[in-house]
Design a protein around this ligand. Structure first.
Ligand code: ADP
Ligand code: 5GP
Length: 196
């Protein structure tokens, strides 16, 4: 399992898409959220869009591996997403396979406790100014929401040292290359560990 964390707008989604093109055996975990869909987002593909009541009901039933509140909405990884890992293990082979979780800091900490073997990667922006430019450029949130996300970003960046693996997303191609190399190296190490 690959956990990718970093402030909103840093480019996690963009990087993961490129990584998955390169390694088609990777699958993205579909999170649940109470946030409203953005234009173009599809229920069940981008997120499981839940009402706050449904989210709470599932939480009480113990259906989440991790969950967090972020900028006024709730987000969480459903345990059912992990079933896909069993199928990947059963498939075996040398192709790079894994489940990718794109989640914020509190969730990443919960996964670290629950599944210490998961690989955790923190994506950093070259600067806060660059982060602001990207959030504004994406055009998905109101100016108030952007300010809220930038305030959270400063807290998240303060925790980057918790992560073994860090990638600065300055030039996109360089960051994609660094991420792909990192994943291939870790995969190789784990495979050779299994064969010993
Ligand atoms: P996240 O998933 O971390 O919230 P996105 O992948 O949605 O971030 O990226 C936020 C915006 O920044 C998008 O408009 C994306 O095209 C842009 N972006 C991503 N990486 C870079 C980069 N290296 N340089 C400039 N813009 C980038
Ligand atoms: P967005 O609203 O931009 O889609 O996501 C906001 C933040 O929530 C991002 O940092 C994203 O990584 C995080 N996020 C998305 N899904 C989950 C999840 O299942 N759990 C947690 N903890 N965070 C998530």
């Amino acid at each position: 399992m690959l956990v990718v964390t970093g402030p909103s707008g840093v480019g996690k989604g963009t990087l993961i898409r490129s990584l998955m093109e390169r390694y088609p055996g990777l699958e993205l975990s579909v999170s649940a959220t109470t946030r409203k869909p953005r234009p173009g987002e599809v229920d069940g593909r981008d997120y499981h869009f839940l009402t706050p009541e449904e989210f709470q009901r599932r939480l009480v039933r113990g259906e989440f591996l991790e969950h967090a509140e972020y900028a006024g909405n709730r987000y969480g990884t459903l345990r059912s997403e992990l079933d896909r890992l069993d199928a990947m293990r059963a498939a075996g082979g040398d192709e790079i396979r894994g489940l990718v979780l794109e989640i914020e800091l509190q969730g990443a900490r919960q996964v670290r406790r629950a599944l210490p073997e998961a690989v955790q990667i923190f994506v950093e922006p070259p600067s806060l100014e660059a982060l602001r430019t990207r959030l504004v450029g994406r055009g998905a949130e109101s100016p108030e929401q952007i300010e809220r996300r930038l305030a959270v970003a400063e807290q998240e960046l303060a925790a980057k040292d918790e992560f073994h693996h860090r990638i600065v997303n300055d030039r996109l191609e360089d960051a994609v290359e660094a991420l792909a190399r990192l994943v291939a190296t870790i995969w190789g190490q784990r495979k050779s560990g299994e064969n010993e």
